[in-house]
Design a protein around this ligand. Structure first.
Ligand SMILES: Cc1cc2nc3c(=O)[nH]c(=O)nc-3n(C[C@H](O)[C@H](O)[C@H](O)COP(=O)(O)OP(=O)(O)OC[C@H]3O[C@@H](n4cnc5c(N)ncnc54)[C@H](O)[C@@H]3O)c2cc1C
Length: 249
């Protein structure tokens, strides 16, 4: 359980704790199960849980009081990367189903594989999956060389890009399967539903994008200075070689 244990701490990053709470503990009520796009997501599932005067020993606090974000930060980098690795695998599987399917169906007397639009889907999907795989490898490499903090940008890029790519590939694969692609006869619809959750689980895309933009925005003093240096170099070179701007002629 992730809980706000010290709401008035001036350091926002130290207000939360992670506490182990066995589900049999008195005061816990599992109110109902929640479906994901209609699937029950068993065996782990997702539930609405009520906590009422629940008490556990202080030794159940992981790492120590107020260190919840520290625990999350350490765990979530590799966790997010793992989700992305699985997303690449899901995309590859959807792609394989798409290729197989378009060689088994015809439309207007022509194999789907020979239709221009389908060829475009195949090419796009191959490009996107391979790009996503490289983005994952890059983030994994950064994580290996440092830690979750030093790989923050690469992890955010990965977390935003990879599920979206995998969803696009799965969407094309479902479309190539026609109505069958949306039912239980193929693993596509369920895989799409799983992938869609990864745009929310471990934080929504928008929160990662905002964090990524915050980090990138910090580069502005350096970039402004660099552009000024480049402009000065251009002016110096123009003066040196007597180049006159066309607009000034
Ligand atoms: C199937 C499923 C599995 C999950 N598994 C996990 C898990 O394993 N671990 C875990 O930690 N969480 C998990 N979650 C929870 C998930 O992290 C939250 O649903 C998610 O962080 C969004 O929080 P919220 O649902 O409270 O929505 P809200 O906080 O109300 O956000 C709603 C929307 O507001 C926007 N928004 C929110 N914050 C920002 C921001 N900072 N900047 C810009 N826009 C923003 C986004 O569009 C967001 O989707 C899971 C969720 C689902 C649906």
């Amino acid at each position: 359980m992730f809980a706000c244990s010290d709401p008035s701490n001036p350091n926002k990053a130290k207000r939360h704790s992670i506490i182990l709470v066995p589900k049999e503990t008195r005061g816990i009520t599992i109110k109902r199960s929640l479906s994901v796009f209609g699937y029950d997501d068993a065996p782990q599932g997702h539930c609405e849980v009520l906590f009422n005067d629940v008490r556990v020993p202080t030794s159940n606090v992981i790492l120590g009081e107020g260190r919840g974000f520290e625990v999350m930060q350490g765990r979530m980098g590799p966790g997010r990367l793992h989700h992305c690795m699985r997303a690449v695998g899901c995309a590859e599987r959807g792609y394989e189903y798409m290729i197989a399917r378009v060689h088994q169906r015809t439309a207007q007397g022509k194999l789907l594989a020979d239709q221009g639009v389908i060829q475009d889907w195949i090419a796009k999907s191959r490009i996107e999956i391979d790009s996503a795989r490289l983005v994952v490898c890059n983030a994994a490499d950064m994580l290996d060389r440092g830690d979750a903090k030093s790989a923050m940008v690469e992890l955010a890029i990965c977390k935003i890009m990879v599920p979206n790519v995998a969803l696009a590939v799965l969407d094309r694969a479902m479309q190539a399967h026609g109505g069958g692609g949306l039912c239980q006869d193929f693993p596509l619809a369920k895989t799409w539903a799983y992938l869609r959750t990864t745009r929310l689980a471990d934080g929504p895309d928008e929160a990662h994008a905002a964090q990524l933009a915050r980090i990138e925005n910090k580069k502005h003093p350096e970039l402004i200075a660099m552009i000024a240096r480049q402009e000065k170099t251009v002016e110096d070179l123009k003066r040196k070689y007597g180049v006159v701007d066309r607009a000034k002629l």
